[in-house]
Design a protein around this ligand. Structure first.
Ligand SMILES: O=C(O)CCC(=O)C(=O)O
Ligand SMILES: [Fe+2]
Length: 250
């Protein structure tokens, strides 16, 4: 039997009929989007958090939503203090059968599809409240304003965790292209740029690499495909936040 009969060419062009069907679906979708947007725009002052979330998602083409940097969110002293507490916590953590950890105590399987070598902020009680409070004032307030929410109290952390990348055999040195399961994501660099080579966050939609300085915060739409670029020397520590409506958070 001819093998060709069973080959399905994913990249072949659509037939005219398929093109027309696709165009009509896209048209209907666009009409619905505009109607919905007009209603939400009119009610800007009395939008519920859910409506603001929808407004944020449909008001702009995703490719127009560029990542942005909030410089100096944490000062050097704060970064050093936080990192010291994280490393102390990791080195003193008691092995637990139910949590997969590497030899140093970092967890390696919290995020199923694209696991990072990380520690949830909530597992370090001496840092948790302090960090959430300052990040609410310094980051969530800005993110919620930029995204069109009425109050920063409508948004909260869906997850907040420390990530370690290390250029060493057996350690995680990069994170492949993925999107995050929330509305808006951010990461803050906790150590000096000079302590590693490579790194930074890469976005495929605009083909840009964002390399921030210690204490700076990179904010982006969680739907954008992004990657933690491989480091080739040293260690890179970041604090990652997944932000969404308060009641969706844990
Ligand atoms: O390493 C980075 O810059 C990105 C980290 C990230 O995307 C994540 O932890 O979900
Ligand atoms: Fe991510």
């Amino acid at each position: 039997m001819n093998k060709k009969e069973f080959e399905f060419d994913l990249f072949s062009e659509f037939t005219e009929e398929e093109e027309a069907l696709y165009a009509s679906i896209a048209n209907k979708f666009e009409t619905k989007r505009r109607e919905c947007l007009a209603k939400l725009q009119k009610r800007s002052l009395e939008r519920t958090p859910e409506q603001s979330r929808l407004f944020y998602k449909i008001s702009q083409d995703l490719t127009q939503r560029q990542p942005y940097i909030l410089p100096g969110i944490l000062n050097q002293e704060e970064c050093n203090m936080i990192l010291e507490k994280v490393l102390n916590h990791v080195s003193s953590s008691i092995p637990n059968e139910s949590v997969k950890r590497n030899v140093e105590g970092w967890t390696t399987s919290r995020h199923s599809a694209y696991p990072t070598t990380d520690i949830p902020c909530s597992s370090i009680p001496t840092l948790n409240t302090f960090i959430r409070d300052i990040l609410h004032t310094r980051v969530i307030k800005k993110i919620s304003f930029n995204a069109g929410f009425k109050s920063s109290n409508e948004l909260d952390f869906k997850d907040l965790f420390f990530v370690k990348y290390e250029a060493k055999e057996g350690e995680q040195s990069e994170l492949k292209l993925h999107s995050d399961g929330c509305l808006i994501s951010f990461n803050i660099l906790l150590n000096m740029r000079q302590e590693f080579e490579g790194g930074g966050t890469y976005f495929s939609f605009n083909k840009k690499l964002y390399e921030i300085e210690m204490g700076d915060c990179l904010v982006h739409d969680s739907r954008h495909l992004h990657a933690g670029r491989k480091i080739t020397k040293g260690r890179r520590f970041i604090l990652v936040g997944f932000v969404d409506l308060g009641y969706l958070t844990t």
